[in-house]
Design a protein around this ligand. Structure first.
Ligand code: HAM
Length: 413
């Protein structure tokens, strides 16, 4: 039997209802903040991600699904959404339409990682990218938006952690200090990290190597090396978050796994997720549009890992319309009436369902119960002669007679 590929999943009922609820809530909230949707291709030129995400990142070095297509071009299944959205922003000159562009996306991403709880090879993100403003208020609006989406899903038991990675200028001076510190211990590091000490020391802070954690924990922190304007930005972010009563914790060790971040960086983490505790992350990436060939454009954004947020959401959040009516009929003459009633209920926006052939009442009731219907309308030949049906409420187990023309008022009451 052919099975789905390791690290990928089929999604169907009942779980799909939680996915749909999350998507609907996110879309509604994006609209409140004037974001519009962008859908970019899953396949991009490999160089987009190499240049955008950074050659020394784990994503680019180990995790990309990259292959040559039949024309010999190197293409990659997108491992994240930001680089693609920036490419589209530049390609379609979106900056000319308005100095501020707010875009969101919902869709699959691909990373060749070792699958485990909350970590897949095809996973899904809900992401937002805000182009134009450089101000700390924009960072805060993006964080507020993220916070609102998470809370709208009934998830409140999580921490928002924030850090500043400084601007490009500050970073260069800091990286020299970090490099000098790490070089002292270079023999303790593995081959990859040793190379990164020279090429991209910030990545070493993010190392997965448990043997060097103590060294990394003692490394100088960028937060202690911010220049005046970075510090002003950082202070303002915190003031605005406090004003809006958004709880946050400063985590000076957040460096993020992608190279494009500067200034504000943040992650949402939950202790209820096991080792994959970060279920959303983002930050400011002012240099990326320029790096990919566009005009100088400050930008900030985030992405939520949908699988991880779904693990935190309760099943109840997805319970759909309360009135879901199954129609059970017995005898061929009742089937047309059952179809008529089902259709009528649907025109009144009620979910209704029936079988396609006459079966015993018992088996029809069993199916209705199994599918989670709240009520069953039972149509027998004798009742039909009197223009009546019976309505059973699965929750209370009550069963009442009802005139056929009173069915809609019964359910609308
Ligand atoms: P990221 O932190 O790499 O950021 O990914 C965002 C979220 O995607 C993570 O917090 C996690 O929940 C989820 N995620 C990542 N890898 C996996 C995986 N293998 N399986 C399941 N979930 C996963 C970005 O992707 C940036 N593009 C976010 C951003 C947007 N920054 C600015 N704008």
């Amino acid at each position: 039997m052919i099975q789905s590929i390791t690290g990928t999943k089929d999604q169907f009922s009942p779980d799909i209802e939680k996915w749909q609820t999350l998507e609907e809530k996110a879309r509604q909230i994006f609209e409140l903040y004037s974001y519009s949707e962008i859908r970019t291709p899953l396949l991009e030129e490999t160089s987009l991600f190499v240049r955008g995400i950074g050659t020394e990142t784990g994503v680019v070095q180990k995790e990309m699904y990259t292959f040559d297509d039949k024309g010999g071009d190197s293409v990659t299944l997108r491992p994240e959404g930001t680089a693609s959205v920036v490419r589209a922003y530049i390609q379609h000159h979106l900056h000319k339409q308005d100095p501020t562009t707010k875009l969101y996306y919902i869709g699959p991403m691909f990373r060749y990682e070792r699958p485990q709880k909350g970590r897949l090879r095809q996973f899904h993100q809900i992401g937002a990218e805000l182009f134009g403003p450089a101000s700390p208020e924009a960072d805060v609006e993006v964080i507020t938006l993220l916070n609102q989406i998470i809370r709208s899903c009934g998830v409140t038991d999580f921490q928002l952690e924030i850090n500043s990675l400084g601007s490009q200028k500050t970073r260069l001076a800091y990286l020299e200090k970090l490099k000098t510190y790490l070089q002292k211990y270079q023999n303790d590091f593995g081959e990859d990290d040793r190379r990164r000490i020279e090429t991209n020391p910030l990545r070493v802070i993010d190392t997965k190597d448990s043997k060097v954690q103590d060294i990394v924990n003692e490394a100088p922190l960028i937060l202690n090396h911010l220049d005046e304007s970075d510090q002003k930005h950082w202070d303002r972010v915190q003031d605005c978050l406090s004003n809006l009563q958004i709880n946050y914790q400063i985590n000076p060790r957040i460096v993020r796994g992608l190279d494009y971040y500067q200034q504000t960086a943040f992650e949402c983490v939950s202790q209820n997720l096991g080792s994959q505790s970060a279920f959303a992350g983002g930050g400011r990436y002012d240099g990326l549009v320029e790096e990919l060939g566009g005009p100088v454009t400050p930008a900030v954004g985030f992405a939520i890992g949908m699988e991880r947020l779904l693990l935190l959401m309760s099943d109840e959040i997805a319970s759909k319309a309360k009135r879901r009516v199954y129609i059970a009929f017995l005898g061929d003459s009742t089937q047309s009436k059952a179809m008529e009633i089902a259709q009528k209920l649907r025109t009144y926006n009620m979910v209704s369902e029936m079988g396609y052939e006459s079966k015993s009442f018992k088996s029809q009731l069993r199916r209705a119960n199994r599918l989670g219907f709240s009520h069953v309308i039972i149509i027998g030949e004798n009742e039909l002669k009197e223009n009546k049906v019976q309505i059973k409420d699965f929750e209370t187990q009550e069963q009442v007679d009802c005139d056929i023309d009173k069915i809609i008022p019964f359910f609308m009451a």
